[in-house]
Write a new protein. Structure first.
Length: 87
């Protein structure tokens, strides 16, 4: 929703594995907005709004989130596509 406040959790992603996972947004792979800093993802997979949204400017975003089990050698990595529609 374009009226959401900065810092609001707008989605949560989860990868399931027995190891501890870390999450990150893949730089350079976001589409829809020109600023990659519109969203952030924390270590629990919560995606937060980092800037106010304007539906008239950008009505949708696509992010690619990386989940990594870095305690394994080699580390286990997977990616997920997250589509965000602005209302």
């Amino acid at each position: 929703d374009e009226n959401e406040q900065v810092g609001t959790v707008i989605a949560t992603v989860r990868a399931i594995h027995t190891e501890v996972l870390t999450y990150s947004i893949v730089p350079g792979c976001a589409s829809g907005g020109s600023d990659p800093g519109v969203f952030s993802v924390d270590e629990t997979g919560q995606i937060r709004l980092m800037e106010r949204l304007d539906r008239e400017t950008t009505s949708s975003y696509t992010l690619f989130v990386r989940a990594e089990a870095s305690t394994l050698s080699p580390s286990l990595v997977d990616y997920m596509e997250v589509n965000i529609q602005v209302r």
